[in-house]
Design a protein around this ligand. Structure first.
Ligand SMILES: Nc1ncnc2c1ncn2[C@@H]1O[C@H](COP(=O)(O)OP(=O)(O)O)[C@@H](O)[C@H]1O
Ligand SMILES: [Mg+2]
Length: 215
């Protein structure tokens, strides 16, 4: 029996990492083997590319070079980890995937969407998730969660000026981009109201998983 490939998408602080863990527990309780992974990254080689992309001094990439790096990492992730796990019957859950490149590089930074789709076709040859959950949350709400989390990790008090400096218009473009992707792919993407409690968000996901009943 073939496995299942699920991706979680959405902006910063939407709760993707939190819900990935809950979906993992859900499938493990049902007796499935689960692989939890993330992008960019997920394999040793792709994690090296992740480091190039996320380091502050990682280079001043042209939009094309940056896009190619994302898809280079993704191609390896798909071929060496995701496809073999699915073929083995496992449930693979990825924290971000192609939709994030379309939302950030395309809708966010304005890189040509048709070029991104061409690179996607060349590198992934039509491979896409069985199911995607788009965790949708008002921008201010998600950024607030994300900043609180970072401040807590750094032992800082919440600083209002840092919040005000966050680029809300960019994140609004991202949010609308993700919603457009969802509208264009209604069979694959389920939009989830992520502004509720983590347990309530998971209830929505669980209902959708039960309805699709794919595994
Ligand atoms: N539904 C929720 N309600 C309130 N806080 C949440 C919720 N989901 C996650 N969080 C908290 O918000 C922060 C960001 O969550 P996380 O799952 O890391 O989001 P993402 O991976 O989308 O950036 C974390 O501190 C997390 O504990
Ligand atoms: Mg996360």
């Amino acid at each position: 029996m073939a496995g299942l490939f699920i991706t979680l998408e959405g902006g910063e602080g939407a709760g993707k990492t939190t819900q990935c863990r809950k979906i993992k527990e859900y499938y493990e309780t049902l007796g499935h083997e689960v692989v939890l992974t993330r992008e960019p990254g997920g394999t040793p080689e792709a994690e090296k590319i992740r480091n190039l992309l996320v380091q502050r001094d990682g280079g001043n990439w042209t939009p094309m070079a940056e896009c190619l790096l994302f898809f280079a990492a993704r191609q390896m992730h798909v071929e060496t980890l995701i496809k073999p796990a699915i073929a083995y019957g496992k449930v693979v859950i990825s924290d971000r995937f192609t939709d994030s490149t379309v939302a950030y590089q395309g809708y966010g930074h304005g890189f040509d969407l048709s070029v991104i789709r061409q690179i996607e076709t060349i590198t992934l040859n039509g491979f896409c998730p069985d199911l995607t959950f788009l965790l949708d949350i008002p921008v201010e709400n998600g950024l607030r969660r994300s900043l609180d989390q970072k401040n807590k990790a750094a032992g800082l008090e919440n600083t209002e000026d840092r919040f005000e400096k966050m680029d809300k218009s960019f994140h609004e473009k991202l949010r609308q981009g993700f919603l457009t992707i969802a509208k264009e792919n209604p069979d694959r993407v389920t939009v989830i109201d992520a502004s509720q409690s983590a347990d309530d968000v998971f209830s929505q996901i669980e209902s959708a998983l039960k309805v699709t009943n794919v595994i």
